[in-house]
Design a protein around this ligand. Structure first.
Ligand SMILES: [Zn+2]
Length: 111
């Protein structure tokens, strides 16, 4: 006689590793954080990442200015390139900020 198939629990309850709240019906991330904690981490690292991206964009604009490229016919191209560079810098900075926040959070928890 086959055992009745129990309802498959896709997301078993877990205790969030960051806020220690018991979460049900959602999946923890790789470090066992709940969606809210992960969301706030991403938000914080996004806010952070604007700083280096803005600095790089400003530095790039300054270089264009110093080299006199702002008056060149290819100015649109250089500005688009600068926007691309700033965007990549933003993505990388966000990634780094996220890792830093996670590491700091883990260290605070282990002490
Ligand atoms: Zn949490």
């Amino acid at each position: 006689m086959a055992a009745p198939v129990s309802a498959v629990e896709e997301h078993p309850p877990f205790d969030c590793s960051a806020c220690a709240a018991r979460k049900e019906g959602e999946r923890p991330d790789d470090d066992g954080r709940c969606a809210a904690c992960r969301g706030s981490l991403i938000r914080r690292s996004s806010q952070w990442a604007w700083v280096p991206a803005a600095v790089i964009a400003a530095g790039y604009l300054w270089l264009l200015f110093v080299w006199g490229l702002l008056e060149s016919t290819a100015m649109v191209f250089f500005l688009a390139l600068g926007a691309g560079i700033a965007f990549v810098a933003y993505k990388i900075a966000r990634r780094i900020a996220f890792d830093l926040l996670v590491t700091r959070g883990n260290r605070a928890r282990n002490h």
